[in-house]
Design a protein around this ligand. Structure first.
Ligand code: UDP
Length: 416
């Protein structure tokens, strides 16, 4: 069993931005407001902790948020818990169970979880003014709480509206010891004795994942992956995870394809805390068969520019999740003005307002129907993409998230 908290290497996609770089995106008054809030917290320290430095939405956010918190004058550190495969198998089972999957948790699963938590506790100190623990994997680190630091927050990124009771009850020995819980959707709140705040996840418009790209780079990326730039492209970017339903995407593509010519790109890599990727990837490959128009791309963690290019080259972006926390891949696609066909699960309906900023679907057939509809109605597709971009600008950019954290820290420390 290996265990300790590590600080992620600078695997950050792209140059770290300073707050003033966002003038052009959100305007000087938003930047000025953030600076004013941050000045009241100057010198205070923050520690963010999660379970993977790369792969998945949480790492994506922390990669950009941690440097920005430092840029505005707080001292911000990021720690990642570690554990063996056995630990991450248990935490993945917890993750699926909290999303509502049946799970007959053996008692050893809870013991293993606790023993890795103890090891992570021994290898790290928590002396920041504000400690933010992301998701269930590190939730038991609250045991380190004593009189200092005074403020601990649990940021729950997953949909716990209908959790497996066994796993939720286990978490409940830790959650009420925090000062507050941050959730991604009003639907994810639970009856709890502590405050709950709505925190939308966010994307960074200046990161390599979302920055504008030269047309030539996009063209070369398609060429590299043997994707035809002249025919419609449907894309889903996701970890190979059953809850992202890659097989369902292939089925929807096959149905739509009977009526409209198109190609499908399934682009994804793994995450250090997700041991199921290999199996799900094999299932997707089997479902794809020998169709030359299905491109299953296994991408390494440093593929931000390539993912950006694939999203920008897409005619339609699909996110056919069965369960979802928020779905940053949807946010990224909307920002790029793409028409999105996505499942009405988790935080997706906060982003995709049906027929206004994209279209929602509830099944393979529904997804296929919406794909056909958008491929047949390019002007409607274009309008949805434009609306989606504005929706993201107003609600889901990293500057809003940064401001919310600053307000939370001020509130917790009685300074608001
Ligand atoms: N992502 C990536 N490489 C991949 C798959 C996903 O960089 O191979 C990124 C994706 O662009 C998004 C994040 O990982 O920024 C996934 O976040 P989301 O909220 O959609 O899903 P999660 O993986 O956290 O469940």
């Amino acid at each position: 069993m290996a265990s300790s908290l590590t600080t992620p290497a600078a695997s950050t996609p792209g140059k770290v931005a300073s707050l003033e770089d966002y003038f052009s995106v959100v305007g000087p008054s938003e930047v000025g407001e953030i600076r004013a809030l941050a000045n009241r917290l100057a010198g205070r320290s923050v520690k963010m902790v999660n379970s993977t430095a790369v792969g998945g939405g949480v790492a994506e956010i922390l990669n950009r948020l941690v440097p920005l918190l430092s840029d505005v004058g707080l001292s911000c550190e990021w720690g990642v818990i570690t554990g063996g495969n056995d630990f991450f198998e248990v935490t993945k089972a917890f993750h699926n169970a909290l999303h509502g999957a049946p799970y007959d948790a053996p008692s050893q699963a809870f013991e293993l979880f606790l023993s890795y938590s103890e090891q992570n506790l021994r290898h790290h100190s928590f002396d920041a003014d504000f400690v933010v623990i992301h998701d269930p994997q590190p939730v038991a680190l609250i045991k380190a709480r004593n009189s200092r630091p005074p403020h601990w927050v649990w940021r729950c990124h997953i949909d716990v509206s209908n959790p497996n009771p066994l796993v939720w009850d286990f978490l409940m020995q830790f959650v009420p010891r925090y000062d507050a819980v941050l959730v991604s959707s009003p639907n994810f709140t639970r009856p709890l004795p502590i405050s709950q705040y709505l925190f939308f996840p966010c994307i960074d418009p200046l990161s390599q994942k979302n920055q504008e790209l030269e047309a030539d780079f996009i063209r070369k990326t398609l060429e590299r992956f043997s994707i035809d730039p002249k025919r419609p492209i449907l894309t889903q970017v996701s970890r190979f995870d059953r809850l992202k339903d890659p097989v369902g995407v292939i089925q929807a593509y096959k149905l739509a394809r009977k009526y409209k010519d198109c190609q499908l790109v399934l682009a994804g890599g793994g995450a250090a805390d997700d041991p199921e990727g290999g199996q799900v990837l094999s299932e997707a490959r089997e479902a794809a068969g020998d169709d030359p128009d299905i491109h299953i791309l296994e991408l390494p963690p440093w593929s931000a520019l390539e993912i950006n290019a694939l999203q920008r080259a897409s005619t339609i972006v699909v996110q056919k999740s069965l369960r979802e926390g928020f779905g940053l891949t949807v946010t990224e696609a909307l920002w790029k003005k793409k028409p999105v066909v996505a499942s009405a699960v988790g935080g997706i309906p906060l982003q995709v307002i049906h027929k206004l900023t994209g279209v929602l679907a509830h099944s393979v057939e529904g997804t296929a129907y919406q794909i056909r509809f958008l491929l047949s109605n390019p002007s409607i597709a274009e309008r949805l993409g434009e609306n989606g971009h504005e929706h993201v600008r107003e609600n889901f950019l990293i500057t809003s998230n940064l401001k919310r954290y600053l307000l939370l820290f001020l509130t917790l420390s009685g300074g608001a």
